[in-house]
Design a binder for this molecule. Structure first.
Ligand code: ATP
Ligand code: MG
Length: 578
């Protein structure tokens, strides 16, 4: 009776099989399933080197890769049994009557599709984050597990998938190719080059989601990650392995700070990864040009999910970037990763979640949006020496609306990171750039990483600026000020000017130390504010030309003695009196 049941089989390949190939396949089917079968051929462009035969719920993978995999398994099994014998005859014997076996695979069916999201029923054992393969060769990732259905985001063009399309598990979690050849390249979040410079040879493949290092695997943050921006390095120092948020309204110089930090890593043996999420492609291309111009592209990778990319691609972008960073960190290298920006990332995730029918919470974000960012940022770490001592320093960027840091996403990320650099539109428009709000910015762990020289010379800067700001507000409307107040105002005003710094002009350590020492020593008190910029240039040049020993000593040791400080002040004052 069972012979009467018709066995349906479908053969997939890029090229239609020849008659003799078809004959052989039919022969095989007869031997396995009897005479009663149908064989249909379907074109599948992804099966280029062989065939894939699907019979009911069984799949016969006759592509080279599939055969090789089975062959390997068979040899390993055979050799495993009699390892000490000569294995050549053993292999010969096994190979003689070897045919690829039917590999039972589970199948699911697409129940609905749209906006880069597919709902699939029937794949009961699929796991979160697993890659699913649709019959048209399109890949998707499981993002939502429900009782009798799973929600899946799609990475490729979805036009070819329709309701009823078949879906197969791959057993692999989503990942990206990684390797040293990625340096200097612009890639998409799937690891494919988008800079037109040809293929990239990968050394490895890493899952885009992986657990953050545990406590035992870490060591405290104790080495500086210099940004080259005086205001940040002096008051909000960042250490290797730290997560420092850059937050501010639109067009306040957030990206500029990240780029300056990348440019400043030249010659410091740091690998930089810039993840762009939802930005204009034109901006990215301009950025690549600028980085190249400053010689920073050699050690930088740009992962770009631009505004025109679908939400799933934008969603995985920071995780892909982080996997690349981890690859380098585990080799003992120091990595700097910028996520520009996580507000757009949260918005992409929100649209995915709404499409997946998850219930919206505050500001319509799904309930797990905190976890979205915490599991990403926890992957920044300074590994212990046993694990090679590598690090990932993360600079996430968040855009606020009208300076509202109490909105949902900003508060979340502020609480996850080790500090924030708060940029203000008002300061930016006043010309105070970088527009860092000194009162609201903070770095919670970087202090230990600051060099002794920087720590010593930045001394009272923060306090002086705080006093100045208070006094400025207080004296705003009074006209006759006593001499001490007037002096303090001038001094504070000058300090604010010293913190102004053009883009792509990072200071080296000795420049920062000298500048801080002399400005806190009231060197710029009697310099008109308009001339401060030029005076800074002149005095630093003087030190580098006439006293290179002091400069190189600071750079190489990161130390400054009291005598050195006195010497610096003396040299500066003599220079001014010239
Ligand atoms: P968006 O919200 O659009 O991403 P953003 O906050 O990232 O903006 P940027 O793109 O970094 O801001 O900077 C905005 C503009 O300000 C740019 O034209 C940039 O060149 C300029 N800018 C940023 N920092 C400085 C600086 N220190 N000195 C002079 N100009 C600057
Ligand atoms: Mg920006």
């Amino acid at each position: 009776m069972s012979n009467e049941k018709v066995v349906k089989s479908i053969l997939y390949s890029a090229i239609k099989p020849s008659d003799s190939q078809e004959g052989k396949i039919k022969e095989f089917l007869t031997s396995r399933y009897g005479e009663n079968f149908t064989l249909e051929w379907k074109e599948d462009k992804t099966v280029t080197d062989g065939f894939r035969l699907e019979v009911g719920k069984e799949v016969y993978d006759w592509t080279n890769a599939g055969r090789l995999e089975q062959f390997k398994e068979m040899i390993l099994n055979a050799v495993g049994k009699k390892y000490d014998d000569n294995i050549i005859p053993l292999i010969k014997e096994n190979v003689k009557d070897w045919t690829p076996k039917g590999v039972p695979t589970e199948y699911g069916v697409v129940t609905s599709i749209g906006d880069g999201i597919a709902t699939v029923s029937g794949l009961k054992t699929a796991t979160y984050g697993e890659i699913l393969l649709f019959s048209e060769g399109i890949r998707g990732m499981v993002l939502d597990l429900r009782e009798d259905e799973i929600g899946c985001i799609l990475f490729d063009d979805t036009d070819e998938i329709c309701e009823g399309s078949r879906v197969r598990r791959t057993g692999r979690s989503a990942g990206v190719p990684v390797g040293n050849d990625f340096l200097g390249r612009v890639i998409n979040p799937l690891g494919l080059p988008i800079d037109g410079k040809g293929d990239i040879e990968a050394d490895d493949y890493r899952a885009i989601e992986s657990p953050a290092p545990g406590i035992i695997e870490r060591q405290p943050v104790n080495r500086p990650m210099e940004t080259g921006i005086l205001c940040i390095d002096s008051m909000f120092p960042i250490g290797r392995g730290q997560r420092e948020l850059i937050i501010g309204d639109r067009q306040t110089g957030k990206t500029a700070i990240a780029l300056d930090t990348i440019v400043n890593q030249k010659g410091k043996d740091v690998i930089c990864i810039y993840v762009a999420i939802g930005q204009k492609a034109s901006l990215i291309s301009q950025m690549v040009t600028n980085l190249k111009k400053h010689g920073a592209m050699d050690y930088t990778i740009i992962v770009n999910a631009s505004a025109s990319d679908a939400a799933p691609i934008q969603y995985i972008a920071p995780y892909s970037g982080c996997s690349l960073a981890e690859y380098f960190m585990h080799q003992g290298k120091d990595v700097l990763i910028v996520y520009d920006d996580l507000s757009k990332h949260a918005i992409a995730y929100r649209s995915l979640s709404l499409l997946l029918d998850r219930s919206p919470g505050r500001e319509a974000y799904p309930g797990d949006v905190f976890y979205l960012h915490s599991r990403l940022l926890e992957r920044a770490a300074h590994l212990s020496d046993e694990l090679g001592g590598g690090s990932i320093t993360a600079l996430p960027i968040v855009e606020t609306q009208a300076g509202d840091v109490a909105a949902y996403i900003p508060t979340n990320i502020i609480s996850i990171t080790d500090g924030q650099i708060f940029l203000e539109s008002e300061l930016f428009f006043e010309g105070q750039r970088p527009a860092v709000n000194v009162g609201l910015s903070v770095s919670r762990v970087g202090g230990d990483a600051q060099t002794k020289a920087m720590k010593k010379s930045s001394g009272s800067l923060r306090l002086d600026l705080a006093q100045y700001r208070e006094m400025e507000v207080f004296t705003q409307f009074s006209s006759d000020l006593d001499e001490t107040t007037q002096k303090q105002l001038t001094y504070g005003h000058g300090l604010m000017y010293i913190l102004r710094q053009p883009q792509y002009k990072p200071y080296s350590q000795h420049q920062q130390v000298i500048l801080l020492t002399i400005s806190l020593g009231k060197y710029f008190m009697d310099v008109p504010v308009k001339e401060i910029g030029d005076e800074i240039k002149r005095v630093l040049e003087h030190f580098e030309m006439v006293h290179p020993d002091i400069c190189s000593k600071i750079d190489s040791t990161g130390l400054i003695s009291d005598d050195d400080r006195q010497a610096i002040l003396k040299i500066a004052n003599e220079f001014k009196a010239r």
